[in-house]
Design a protein around this ligand. Structure first.
Ligand code: F6P
Length: 358
């Protein structure tokens, strides 16, 4: 058992649907145990910046309010790297935790956050439990992260909407979706949205393969087509289409949709192409029932792990079960991309979608 009385919780990395449902779950489950919950503002910033930025959370923050049903993070989040040294940040993080008297910190984050914040916690001797969330679904050792399902729904709805205009104008419409260097979001959405072509960073493609598929669509008598491309896809030769970086020098993905559109138009006259870059709406939308359920179960499980005296673990949904892994295992497994032999890729090929070369 445990002598926990006060915990902190923060959301870190890109926001997504379901974060507030996680907060509600953690706050309510903690209240049931008589624990106090400190909500840390803006990811780790609330603990590493001075003055500290936080608020005490109670069930009243979430019950009978719209918050658990909304996207975004009630607490704010942080999605850009920082140029200060990790040692300095870890030290300030630890001092912040001690100043607030927190017995443990729950971190709702993706693979990057699990890596960075578990490093701070280890260096500062702080107990941590991770809860996976990301629209990219690339957090290791969990089949699904909170927010992924809703992002798939947003992309699928976009494909439904694009299909009607593609049909009216006899076009091949390209939808560029997020996902960083992982193709999960693109592949799952392409399958749900019945796309003809899906390009992901993990599988090489050829222009010839794309054109052959478009030509096959045309020969079948259909006058429109849908193409999904993941933002992390490179040129046929494996070069990035943009050298764009954010304010701290990290790579910004995007632009592959326009690149492909130009390439197809220059080499094939069967369809006009147009591009929709879905952007940050993929991190929003009403959390789906699946994401709400996952958020509640993972949040309550994280609290239960602490109550049972466990620490330095990440809760996970693996093989249909709720379980947990050590943070060392999570960090060692690293970012998890789409397996080119996954049932999803196989099914996509089986139904005739072009998903790149075998
Ligand atoms: O990791 C989530 C994510 O939305 C990625 O899919 C995307 O590449 C990135 O964050 C965008 O980050 P930002 O909000 O900093 O532009």
């Amino acid at each position: 058992m445990t002598n926990i009385k006060k915990i902190g919780i923060l959301t870190s990395g890109g926001d997504c649907a379901g974060l507030n449902a996680v907060l509600m779950s953690v706050v309510n489950a903690s209240a049931e145990k008589g624990w106090e919950v400190y909500g840390i503002h803006d990811g780790t910033d609330g603990l590493t910046n001075r003055p500290l930025s936080y608020e005490i959370l109670t069930p009243e923050n979430f019950s009978a309010t719209p918050w658990p049903r909304l996207s975004g993070s009630y607490l704010g989040s942080l999605n850009t790297g920082v140029k200060e040294s990790q040692e300095v940040l870890a030290q300030r993080f630890g001092e912040g935790v001690r100043e607030l008297g927190l017995d443990a910190v729950l971190v709702v984050g993706g693979d990057g956050s699990m890596n960075i914040v578990s490093g701070y916690c280890k260096a500062a001797g702080v107990k941590m439990i991770g809860i996976p969330k990301t629209i990219d679904n690339d957090t290791p050792l969990t089949d699904f992260s909170v927010g992924f399902n809703t992002a798939c729904q947003v992309c699928t709805t976009a494909l439904d909407d694009l299909m009607t205009t593609a049909r009216s104008h006899h076009r091949a419409l390209i939808l560029e979706v997020m996902g960083r260097d992982a193709g999960h979001l693109a592949m799952h959405s392409a399958i749900s949205g019945f796309a003809d072509i899906c390009l992901v960073p993990e599988i090489p493609y050829t222009l010839e393969g794309i054109i052959n598929k478009l030509e096959a669509v045309k020969k079948s008598g259909r006058t429109s087509a849908l193409i999904v491309v993941s933002e992390g896809v490179k040129t046929e030769k494996g070069e990035a289409v943009t050298g764009a970086v954010n304010m701290v020098g990290e790579k910004i993905n995007g632009g592959i949709g326009d690149y492909l559109s130009g390439l197809i138009n220059a080499n094939y006259k069967g369809f006009q192409t147009r591009v929709t870059k879905l952007g940050h709406v993929q991190r929003s939308g009403n959390p789906t029932a699946f994401d709400r359920g996952l958020a509640v179960v993972l949040g309550a499980s994280a609290v239960q792990l602490l109550a049972e005296g466990h620490t330095n673990r990440m809760v996970a949904y693996s093989g249909g079960k709720i379980t947990s892994f050590t943070l060392d295992e999570v960090v060692e497994a690293g970012t998890t991309g789409l397996n080119a032999n996954s049932p999803y890729v196989k099914a996509a090929r089986a139904i005739g979608m072009y998903v790149g070369e075998e």
